[in-house]
Every structure is written in structure tokens, then in C-alpha cells.
Design a protein around this ligand. Structure first.
Ligand code: AMP
Length: 171
């Protein structure tokens, strides 16, 4: 099964010049979705992480089935104002302006080995922020996993040498 067949390229979304990788065709095909989740999990089965974390929103779609398959806790990293309990937070710069990620204070314990998941690795800015947020809480990043990596954007350079695996790579 070629998973690229289930990714739709949408030009100029959300703004001119961006080729958006639309994963909804993959989500709409249970066989392809299951295959993608299996491929995403495969490199991280031994040793298993203590915790799986993902930034909203599309990262949740892959981290949730992975957490069930691995029988590990799932930690959502969210935008401001979404999490109801006390949070750790981290502000980070975007191309234009800034953004902020939050995580519940009891989500990651010091020493936890965390697997970070997202659908797409683009510039790496979001993952970099997630790494710092978890490290600030005492967590250790075991690895990062992506459904798709846009290698030409060199996002891996922001991952600080952390092992990463992408199911699909676009050069
Ligand atoms: P990044 O530039 O790596 O911080 O990407 C930010 C977030 O936007 C990632 O979590 C991706 O889900 C999403 N993203 C960035 N570029 C694309 C793209 N071309 N297609 C789909 N999603 C994208």
C-alpha cells in the first residue's frame, strides 16, 4: 500500500505559496489509516516510551491510536485557554508573530521518556517548542515520530539531535 496515495496536495492553503498536505483521505480509509498508524509505531516499540505527547490538532489523530496500541498515557499539548487544570506553558516564535503551547502540570513526571508525535514535520518550530515544554517539566524526549516530513524545509535541524522517524518523506 502506498500511503502517498492517501495524501492530498492542496496548493495555496492556508495562504499563497503553501502546499498543504491534507491527511483527510487517509483518515477516511480505515485500512490506510491503520497501516499508517502501524508504520508510525514500528520504530518505537522497543523500548516503549513512558508517555506519548502530541500538539494540537492533527497530531492528536495519530497519537491517540498509537497510545492505545502501545498502552501508554496520551498527553495533549494545547493552545492557550484549552486545558482546564494548571499548566506549564511555552511561548515560541512563528514566521509571523508568536504562539504558545500548554501542558497540564501533572501530565509528564520527571524522568518520563516521551515519544512526540505530529502529522507533518515542516519547519520544526512546533516540535521544537513541544520538546522544550516537556524538558522544562523534567521529561526526556525519547524520539519524535511523524506521518510525513517535508525534508526540504530542514525541520530536523531543530530537533536537537533527537532520533526521529517519518513514515513518508517529501524531498
Ligand atoms: P512546523 O513548521 O514544523 O512548526 O509545522 C507546524 C504545524 O503545521 C505542524 O504541526 C503541521 O501539522 C502543520 N503543517 C505545516 N506545514 C504543513 C503542510 N505543508 N501541510 C500540512 N500541515 C502542515
Amino acid at each position: 500500500m502506498n500511503l502517498f496515495d492517501y495524501i492530498r496536495d492542496v496548493p495555496d492553503f492556508p495562504k499563497p505559496g503553501i502546499m498543504f498536505k491534507d491527511i483527510t483521505p487517509l483518515l477516511s480509509n480505515p485500512q490506510a489509516f491503520q497501516h499508517a498508524v502501524q508504520q508510525l509505531a514500528a520504530p518505537f516499540l522497543d523500548p516503549l516510551p513512558d508517555v506519548i505527547a502530541a500538539a494540537e490538532a492533527r497530531g492528536f489523530l495519530f497519537a491517540a491510536p498509537l497510545a492505545l496500541a502501545m498502552q501508554r498515557p496520551l498527553v495533549p499539548l494545547r493552545k492557550p485557554g484549552k486545558l482546564p487544570y494548571s499548566t506549564h506553558s511555552l511561548k515560541y516564535d512563528l514566521e509571523y508573530g508568536s504562539a504558545e503551547l500548554h501542558m497540564h502540570v501533572d501530565a509528564v513526571k520527571p524522568g518520563d521518556k516521551v515519544l512526540l508525535i505530529d502529522d507533518v514535520l515542516a519547519t520544526g518550530g512546533t516540535m521544537r517548542a513541544a520538546i522544550e515544554l516537556i524538558r522544562n517539566a523534567g521529561g526526556e524526549i525519547l524520539a519524535c515520530g511523524f506521518l510525513m516530513e517535508l525534508a526540504f524545509l530542514k525541520g530536523k535541524q531543530l530537533l536537537d539531535g533527537i532520533p526521529s522517524h517519518s513514515v513518508l518523506v517529501v524531498d
